[in-house]
Design a protein around this ligand. Structure first.
Ligand SMILES: C[S@@+](CC[C@H](N)C(=O)[O-])C[C@H]1O[C@@H](n2cnc3c(N)ncnc32)[C@H](O)[C@@H]1O
Length: 269
């Protein structure tokens, strides 16, 4: 297939990427044939996949609004993805124009497209880094220029942890991040769960994601709750994402169809 002009030279356009598959679920245009094919293979066994992506984005939007209302003006969004409608900086800076946002993603397309849409916004930067290297993220000069860690920061790791296997020790990465934060900071996590999914769906979804460089690691509610270690969960705790402070009661009866669990924790004194 031909390389589109927006695709950086170092991107393998023959291998699906989880960032571009997610863009496809959300109806975006920054994906290749190989991503669409892989996403369609997931949809054929988990028809709710696009709904999952939308429910997760809606959770992100409500969580950011909650954080702005709680007085947060600094955001570190790790695994921020390919920008689409309703990005974190748009929500936060609309509600509180002084908000500063650092986006981090390991995917070159996500980073290149974020840079493009952020040109001219001097309160938002994007850096290419990996969640599993938190020291490199926290010491990055671009991040240090924008965020003041003496003040509360909200860290978001939303729809990312299922791409971090247990052997890569997500607890340790989150501990390092927590260690850098001032009291009153927040942590927002969401991730795919295998609670209530059939064996076939799980096996098939895992099989497709093995074709990417980010195989799937779904986690239970108990395990996701453990990853908030050191933070106090705000109400309603770790729940199916549509149940987290919903705008309306619609769609709450079958909230587990969203597959993603999520929550928000606050760092006490
Ligand atoms: C499903 S998307 C979620 C995007 C956004 N957070 C959202 O919720 O809409 C997952 C993103 O995490 C990124 N990602 C996966 N593993 C990562 C890692 N170890 N470090 C940084 N980014 C990662 C992918 O490149 C992708 O852009």
């Amino acid at each position: 297939m031909q390389r589109p002009d927006w695709a950086p030279d170092n991107v393998d356009i023959e291998r699906p990427s989880v960032a571009r598959m997610y863009d496809y679920y959300l109806g975006g245009s920054h994906n290749f044939a190989v991503d669409r094919e892989a996403a369609q293979a997931v949809i054929s066994v988990v028809p709710d996949a696009p709904l999952m992506a939308q429910a997760n984005r809606a959770f992100l939007r409500r969580a950011v609004q909650f954080l702005v209302d709680a007085g947060i003006r600094q955001f570190l969004d790790i695994g921020s993805g390919i920008p689409t409608v309703g990005n974190l900086h748009e929500i936060a800076q609309r509600a509180a124009p002084e908000s500063r946002v650092v986006y981090v993603d390991s995917d070159p397309v996500a980073v290149a497209h974020s840079r493009e849409i952020l040109a001219g916004n001097d309160q938002t930067v994007v850096i290419q880094e990996d969640f599993r290297r938190p020291e490199q993220i926290l010491s990055h000069p671009e991040l240090r220029k924008l965020l003041d860690f003496a003040e509360p920061v909200a860290v978001l790791v939303v729809a990312v942890l299922h791409f971090v296997p247990e052997e890569d020790d997500p607890d340790a990465a989150l501990r390092t991040i927590r260690g850098a934060l001032a009291p009153g900071s927040f942590l927002v996590l969401s991730q795919a769960s295998d609670d209530g999914r059939s064996e076939t769906e799980q096996t098939e979804a895992r099989r497709v994601y093995r074709r990417t460089d980010s195989p799937l690691t779904p986690r239970s509610r108990t395990r996701l709750t453990e990853l908030f270690d050191g933070f106090d969960l705000v109400e309603p705790g770790v729940v199916w994402v549509p149940q987290w402070r919903p705008d309306s009661p619609d769609g709450l009866d079958d909230a587990e169809r969203a597959v993603f669990l999520g929550g928000v924790g606050r760092l006490g004194a």
